[in-house]
Ligand binder design. Structure first.
Ligand SMILES: C[S@@+](CC[C@H](N)C(=O)[O-])C[C@H]1O[C@@H](n2cnc3c(N)ncnc32)[C@H](O)[C@@H]1O
Length: 297
């Protein structure tokens, strides 16, 4: 990871952008101590863990529309890479994105992200400044509607009623933000995807995350590895639509095996309001109970 050269933009901003190995930017989150993206590249991660396995453009071609819920929108890479590809390839149809990001200071940095030449089609259609509440764009072949909700997604998720084709789930890791990876959140995604043949995509391959998705009724697959990581997860209610051909693979025997161990005990928070420590402690208590029950009498 190299730091970008100092410039006026950096001096003005509170958050410091860092360059990843593919030349795209990420941010450092001081609360979790995590980078927003894989060091191999923010853009590369969006492409391999989100866009490619999602079959987003196939869905757009076959249905004429695509509805995406982008949770923890951050610098916007997951949606931006999708929109750039749709604009570049001139796939006709309507793309609607509901993006949720709680930090306005992060949203303010999206304008810098859009300066990347690899996002030039998108920049040309929305202009130099990224509109923080979203935008609508229409030309002869494509209509784009992006709505940005400036909320903690847990406070709005139960109220969302639209049907989505895809959910991009991109919070900080379960180790630091356990409250954002609960079985209760995944049940909401199941509800929002139910009438479509869609999928939830995330960079995480954590056993507790995959098991929670499976418990909720999803078929779980592994997506391609990015950098040194082991590959993310695609969870779908329509397993016949996704296969190795689309860069999402059946879990290996080892991965299946881990789902049978105590690591598979999920995070829970039916209140949608607990903090990470409370959610982790509850999981520890559940693990303890299970191990006591397993002890020979
Ligand atoms: C790992 S970064 C996301 C990276 C992002 N998808 C991108 O492409 O740049 C996590 C983001 O989630 C946001 N976030 C954390 N907790 C949240 C919550 N409860 N609701 C909404 N956004 C949240 C953070 O502000 C941060 O921008």
């Amino acid at each position: 990871m190299q730091e970008p050269p100092s410039n006026a933009f950096e001096e003005k901003s509170i958050l410091k952008m860092l360059l990843t190995d593919d030349g795209s930017y990420t941010l450092f989150d001081s609360e979790s101590g995590e980078l927003f993206h894989n060091r191999a590249g923010a853009l590369t991660e969006a492409l391999h863990n989100y866009l490619k396995p999602s079959r987003a453009l196939d869905t757009l071609i076959s249905a004429g529309q695509l509805r995406v819920l982008d949770v923890c929108f951050g610098l916007g890479y997951n949606s931006f890479v999708l929109l750039e590809e749709a604009l570049r390839t001139e796939v006709p149809g309507r793309i609607s994105i509901v993006a949720i990001e709680k930090d306005p200071a992060v949203l303010a940095m999206c304008t810098e992200v859009l300066k990347d030449e690899r996002l030039s089609h998108l920049r040309n259609c929305i202009g130099e400044r990224f509109p923080q509440s979203g935008f609508t764009y229409e030309n002869g072949f494509i209509t784009i509607e992006m709505q940005i909700m400036p909320n903690d997604f847990r406070t709005v998720i139960t109220e969302l009623t639209c049907d989505f084709d895809l959910v991009f789930h991109d919070p900080f890791s379960p180790r630091n933000a356990a409250q954002l990876w609960t079985v209760d959140i995944f049940k909401q995604y199941q509800r929002l995807l139910e009438s479509r043949s869609g999928a939830v995509l995330t960079y995480s391959s954590a056993v507790a995350v995959r098991s929670a998705l499976r418990m909720t009724g999803f078929d779980v697959r592994r997506t391609a590895a990015v950098g040194g990581k082991s590959g993310g997860t695609l969870a779908t209610l329509n397993s016949s639509y996704y296969s190795d051909e689309y860069k999402c693979f059946s879990l290996s025997c080892q991965e299946e095996g881990r789902l049978l161990t105590s690591s598979a005990v999920p995070y829970r928070d039916p209140s949608f309001s607990a903090d990470s420590r409370t959610v982790s402690n509850l999981r520890q208590q559940e693990l303890k109970k299970i191990s006591e029950q397993r002890k020979p009498a």
